[in-house]
Ligand binder design. Structure first.
Ligand code: ZN
Length: 88
């Protein structure tokens, strides 16, 4: 799910460190990375504005999805979102 969102943001013109951050970002947000990898990414974020923005945007998007009360979302919200993400 999160990796599909990452794909929307992924670009090919980033440097290798940025690419690694973006490829690992969903696991980073989920806290599923090895500590060594996570700390490397944290270090990169400290000096890279675009990646910081990327992670913040992704985290906000994921948080929004997770915190949206089902009863307040339109009945077809999840389906439409899923379709939209799959269509890229
Ligand atoms: Zn970067």
């Amino acid at each position: 799910m999160v990796s599909r969102i990452v794909g929307i943001f992924r670009r090919s013109d980033v440097d290798p460190d940025c690419k690694e951050v973006r490829e690992s970002s969903s696991d980073f947000i989920d806290g599923e990375l090895d500590e060594s990898v996570a700390s490397k990414i944290s270090g990169h974020l400290a000096r890279c504005g675009p990646c910081t923005t990327f992670i913040q945007t992704l985290r906000a998007t994921v948080g929004l999805l997770r915190s949206t009360p089902k009863e307040k979302a339109p009945p077809d919200f999840a389906e439409r979102l899923k379709k939209r993400i799959e269509e890229g």
